[in-house]
Design a protein around this ligand. Structure first.
Ligand code: NDP
Ligand code: OXD
Length: 314
């Protein structure tokens, strides 16, 4: 059995080393070292180059090294085999940490206190609303969104979530479909985007959506958190909304173009907090263990789990 691993934008070396350690009896190849294309059974990808998986007659499945699979669809020669996305507790917990961190950063007005510290200002009189007074709306109630929503609710926030199909989660006000979106936005002070990038979701974080957010936030205006995908957001609209008071602040982990170009005004915007697409990083050990387990189960005749629905795009 040969496994082909194709990685762009991340250092492939730790992945190769870990995979070889986990599967010492298997041939592990890259697009550059592949010798016999007919020997490849499984392929692992993070933003693989177009055509990297073409002409593999015995390929059984392609595994994404991340939860998102939009990167796979950039390849017009993607073979017609099952695509498996990453579902992993480590990835899930890391994402929830980012969401909780940034929700609290805005809720507790930490950027303002950073500024006050810099200015040596001691001001105890700034209003601190309780978590229960802050309405958080999570776009996407999948593996990551549902966990983040649950953890925010545990802290005490008034949490709602939105999905494509109906979902029910205790303690979360659940909305779905197009009608459900407007209803959720109207009761949202902090909007958290954890949607996959699909033709339906591309560009949806735009001026028209921001205008539907609640205007009576105890935080002084709506706040956007996006750790889903940069393609969900229209950055010119975010900047205009910040300037026009439609948004109060934003925390962004993902961008239309990554790395975020030096010239982007987002870098220096005083009310934008940036992280470099690392809200939930994939670590070779946990991710590859999950994939190796799936391959072993598949070889025993068990069905693959977390298979992507190509029509839905996630
Ligand atoms: P899931 O597939 O488990 O969940 C996706 C959720 O989005 C589901 O609730 C789904 O609805 C909903 N959804 C999809 N399309 C629509 C739509 N058109 N309208 C309404 N709801 C929609 O994905 P995960 O939770 O595992 O991951 C979400 C995304 O997070 C990934 O696709 C990836 O882009 C991003 N990500 C970012 C990382 C980072 O470091 N920044 C790390 C990992 C992931 P339904 O429940 O009805 O299917
Ligand atoms: C992912 C990511 O999709 O890291 O897992 O963006």
């Amino acid at each position: 059995m040969t496994i082909l691993i194709a990685i762009n934008d991340w250092d492939p070396q730790p992945w190769l080393e870990r995979l070889r350690a986990l599967l010492p009896d298997r041939a592990i190849v890259t697009p550059e070292t592949i010798a016999d294309r007919s020997a490849v059974d499984y392929a692992l990808s993070w933003r693989h180059g177009p055509g990297a998986f073409a002409g593999l007659p015995n390929l059984k499945a392609i595994f994404s090294l991340g939860a998102g699979v939009d990167h796979l669809f950039h390849d017009s020669e993607l073979p017609d085999v099952p695509l498996v996305r990453m579902v992993d507790t480590d990835l899930r917990d890391r994402m929830s940490e980012w969401v909780v961190l940034h929700t609290l950063l805005h809720h507790r007005q930490q950027r303002m206190y950073d500024w006050q510290q810099d200015q040596q200002i001691w001001d105890e009189d700034v209003e601190q609303p309780a978590a229960a007074e802050i309405r958080v709306g999570v776009l996407g109630l999948g593996v990551l969104g549902a966990d983040a929503a649950r953890k925010l609710a545990l802290i005490g926030f008034d949490v709602a979530g939105w999905s494509r199909t109906r979902r029910d989660h205790d303690g979360i006000a659940c909305f779905h479909g197009e009608d459900g979106l407007d209803a959720m936005l109207a009761r949202t002070d902090i909007l958290v985007a954890l949607l996959p990038l699909t033709p339906q979701t591309r560009g949806m974080l735009n001026s028209s959506l921001f205008a539907k957010l609640a205007r009576d936030s105890r935080l002084g205006g709506p706040i956007l958190l996006n750790a889903g995908r940069g393609g969900l957001q229209v950055e010119a609209d975010i900047l205009a909304a910040l300037e026009g008071g439609v948004l109060k602040a934003a925390s962004l982990d993902v961008f239309e173009v990554e790395p975020l170009p030096e010239a982007s005004p987002l870098w220096r915007h005083p009310r934008v907090t940036i992280s470099p697409h690392n809200a939930a990083i994939s670590t070779p050990d946990t991710i590859l263990r999950a994939i190796v387990d799936q391959i072993a189960a598949h070889e025993r005749g068990e069905p693959l789990r977390h298979v992507v629905d190509r029509k839905r795009g996630y």
